[in-house]
Design a protein around this ligand. Structure first.
Ligand SMILES: Cc1ncc(COP(=O)(O)O)c(C=O)c1O
Length: 471
């Protein structure tokens, strides 16, 4: 198939520095660190010099990027067509006169929502609420679930009692009811106060922060490759589903909704089968529990479908699908029945950003016009086959290869080995020059852009082979 052509994308990476961060980055960071914590920084990016699939730092190192701003770049750094669009009057005006979309939407906002978001809306969902990031998208979905459940409890009435209106002002029942959201072991749904109660990936995200007492259900811990462990995995999913059903029947407070990722992205790239998710949907429907599918990381074509949950072939759509990252705008898809019963209840100052809408419009068009979903499938198949070969030779370094499309991962034997592989891939000593990231305890995750073609995948594979050989 034809690959996405990107004028003046370099042919290969070049690395000058002997370590990361390089000299200039380190100097820049000294200044930054006086004002802001820099302990998580890898290097300082050269925004102007980064191009296509290649990220450049201010030391002049040019790396093939398969991490892509934590999985959030869709169609290349400095995409020339996007650069041109961003210079248009429409973009400039929206940038310098940012509207509050809930009260003073700009004239083309409806058109933007239609062509950017509704054009690729998950089947069965026809409303969209835009937001700033993944965490806020999930917060919005949570609030919508609580309001909807309360509406149903009142038999559809939109009237509140006086007791509800006074008790909510002191955070007491019945005005502040005890609904909860169930999430799964190792899940990641954000770091804001509400979403953090559903995040379960790492203690460091949660420790010291007050949290809602909300239930957690086991997420299947499958064996890979999936094709070779069918019976074991079936049993494991059955065990999790039984436990899920037990929890929703016995939890001390009513469960308004569950939230689940199609592949647990931060928690270690944990997969489950379409049957598992179909069962979750059946059980939630039978129990009057809403279902939120968090596609913040899995969404936007990377798994070989526009939305990863399309792989499940659900007969009833999820109630909410949240997105962000590659779409550039956060947001929530849902239906009219779950629109907040009163205005100003799911609301904030900006409620999204027209510029991010225009950007999403461009990204969606590029994906559909260039069949980038198919490219993710093709490149993903190649990557998986090559990773399996590497895994056969170096099982301590590369094991448990798994993925859908280019949303791919493997495990190393422990955290230290994983971290060393990531750092060796960046360095010059072995002529490696690939920027990658970890997930979970000992996994490496690949999150290339949607314009990552076979030629890029080959560079990546060669680099990994060399690192393993010389480890
Ligand atoms: C599945 C998932 N949900 C939610 C979030 C939170 O998104 P953000 O960091 O934009 O708030 C992330 C971020 O990595 C994520 O992977």
């Amino acid at each position: 198939m034809t690959e996405y052509s990107f004028l003046n994308e370099p042919e290969k990476p070049t690395v000058i520095s002997k370590q990361f961060p390089g000299e200039k980055s380190a100097k820049n960071l000294q200044r930054l660190d006086k004002i802001q914590d820099t302990r998580s920084v890898v290097f300082v990016q050269d925004l102007d010099g980064s191009i296509g699939n290649y990220i450049k730092d201010i030391d002049g190192n040019l790396l093939l990027d398969v991490y892509c701003q934590i999985s959030s770049i869709a169609v290349g750094y400095n995409n020339p067509r996007l650069t041109e669009l961003a210079k248009s009057d429409k973009w400039v005006k929206a940038a310098i006169n940012r509207p509050c979309l809930g009260v003073f939407p700009c004239e083309d906002w409806a058109e933007t929502l239609e062509s950017a978001f509704l054009r690729v809306a998950p089947k069965g969902l026809n409303q969209v609420f835009t937001a700033t990031c993944g965490s806020t998208s999930n917060e919005i979905a949570f609030k919508a679930c609580f309001m909807h459940q309360q509406l149903l409890k009142r038999g559809g009435s939109k009237d509140f009692t006086n007791e509800e209106l006074t008790s909510c002002m002191v955070n007491e029942v019945p005005g502040s009811p005890n609904w909860c959201i169930l999430s799964f072991k190792s899940a990641f749904h954000g770091r804001t106060l509400g979403t953090l109660s559903t995040t379960r990936s790492k203690p460091i995200h949660k420790v010291d922060i007050p949290s809602f007492h909300w239930p957690v259900a086991p997420f299947p811990s499958l064996k890979y490759p999936l094709e070779e462990n069918i019976q074991y995995n079936l049993e494991e999913e059955k065990r999790c589903l039984l436990e899920f059903e037990r929890i929703i029947k016995t939890w001390e407070t009513p469960i308004a909704a569950i939230i689940v990722e199609p592949i647990q992205g931060e928690g270690g790239d944990n997969h489950a089968s379409p049957q598992f998710f179909t069962e979750l949907r059946r059980i939630t429907r039978e129990s009057n529990i809403l279902m939120i599918v968090d596609e913040v990381q899995t969404g936007v074509a990377t798994t070989g479908k526009f939305w990863a949950h399309e792989h499940w072939n659900l007969s009833t759509p999820p109630d909410f699908v949240t997105f962000s990252k590659k779409m550039q705008s956060g947001g929530v898809y849902h239906n009219l029945s779950t629109r907040a019963p009163h205005p100003y209840r799911n609301f904030n100052t900006w409620m999204g950003d027209p510029i991010r809408g225009y950007q999403a419009q461009f990204i969606v068009s590029e994906i559909l016009d260039n069949n980038l979903t198919q490219l993710a499938t093709t490149v993903g198949e190649y990557l998986k086959a090559e990773l399996m070969k590497i895994s056969a030779s170096y099982p301590d370094l590369v094991a448990n290869v798994r993925g859908q499309g280019t949303f791919m991962a493997f495990d190393s034997v422990d955290t230290a080995t994983r971290d060393k592989i990531i750092s060796l891939m960046r360095l010059n000593g072995l002529q490696q020059r690939v920027n990658m990231g970890g997930s979970g305890v000992k996994s490496v995750r690949l999150r290339p852009m949607l314009i990552f073609g076979l030629k890029h995948a080959k560079i990546f594979v060669e680099a990994l082979q060399l690192v393993c050989k010389n480890y």
